[in-house]
Write a protein of this length. Structure first.
Length: 350
């Protein structure tokens, strides 16, 4: 009991901000440079991934694009498991927190699970809303289809029971447009929702890692180098997801890229400001904020990676993937695992 009390007392002392007359090892110049470096790295990653798919003259082999896409899916998955959940668990079980938080050690997993369930409900609601808008259109198309069938009957009844070529062409074109058009819109809407969820999770995560870098002192250089690779891989993943959208305006693409590119620099700027306002990373407010947000980000990224990226592209329902050759399937699986491995290695320092 005495040992436990002493440990608790030591922890409480560490949680108190004290004035130190020693030299501050915080390098402001390097922190400012990191703002612009990470901004450029994030921009290059997303833009490269998008333009190599969208612009014909700059297009590269589709296999390379697909390989990068699956690599990015692995990056997103590993970011949730390795870069988000462990720091969240550490923060939400920290001895500086009140006893009520230390009684239950699974808060990080709880918040991550709730975030994943909320994302599933949001995605379900978005699809329901989309379907409610599409149904009247499909009903009109069905009515048109019925009218077209009546025309076909009239055509078949004419010319001594011989249906004209014009009637044939009209009917074939109509049915092809009806079935494939509806499927195309539904698939593209699903991709849009997945992309928005992915960007939200990555953006929230980027602000947090920017905040961490902005307040870091001793281990800044190692963390900065790791985050350069980290942001570039995530930028590639997000850019690949955006490039999959078929019907999206140029303005929407620009806004999504700008939103992602600015999140980490904004987080660093906030971290720099916090450092000069007596920031204590072991305070209750800081621990709870970082822990809960890390948990939520982790849950979002894990859900998006497993459900919207990996299962959607490689799962039982992905017919186009299953129709590929064994070599391509192997290549894409290796690419997925390489993305996971890359972020796992980066997680050694970041």
């Amino acid at each position: 009991m005495l040992t436990r009390i002493n440990l608790r007392a030591t922890a409480n002392n560490d949680c108190i901000i004290t004035d130190d007359d020693g030299e501050d090892p915080y390098n402001l110049d390097l922190h400012i440079v990191s703002v612009f470096v990470l901004l450029v790295v994030s921009l290059l990653g997303t833009v490269f991934s998008i333009i190599t798919t969208r612009i014909k003259r700059l297009r590269i082999n589709p296999i390379i694009i697909e390989t990068g896409k699956f690599f990015g899916s692995g990056v997103v998955l590993a970011t949730g498991f390795i870069h988000m959940l462990p720091p969240a668990m550490e923060a939400l079980t920290h001895p500086c927190l009140p006893d009520s938080w230390n009684v239950y050690s699974a808060y990080a997993g709880l918040f991550a699970m709730l975030a994943a369930l909320v994302m599933q409900f949001i995605e379900f609601s978005a699809h329901e809303r989309y379907q409610s808008r599409v149904q009247p259109i499909l009903k009109n198309r069905n009515d048109e289809s019925n009218n077209q069938e009546n025309i076909e009957i009239d055509c078949s009844a004419s010319q001594n029971g011989t249906k004209s070529a014009q009637c044939d062409n009209t009917s074939d074109h109509h049915h092809h447009h009806h079935h494939h058009g509806a499927a195309f819109h539904d698939d593209n809407q699903s991709k849009k929702i997945s992309t928005y969820l992915l960007e939200f999770g990555i953006a929230l995560h980027s602000i947090l890692i920017g905040l961490t870098l902005g307040t870091t002192t001793e281990s800044f250089v190692a963390l900065f180098i790791a985050l350069v690779f980290h942001q570039f891989f995530e930028a590639i993943a997000l850019g690949a997801q955006i490039s999959r959208l078929n019907r999206i305006s140029l303005l929407s693409i620009i806004l999504m890229v700008v939103f992602f590119v600015l999140t980490t620099p904004i987080g660093i700027a906030i971290g720099i400001g916090i450092h000069y306002t007596a920031y204590n990373p072991d305070s209750v407010a800081a621990l709870l904020t970082n822990g809960i947000l890390d948990s939520v980000s982790g849950g979002i990224l894990i859900y998006v990676a497993l459900v919207n990226l990996i299962t959607a592209e490689m799962g039982p329902g992905a017919r186009s993937f299953h129709s590929l050759s064994k070599r391509l399937k192997l290549l894409y699986f290796v690419s997925l695992y390489a993305g996971v491995a890359a972020m796992a290695v980066v997680g050694r320092w970041a």
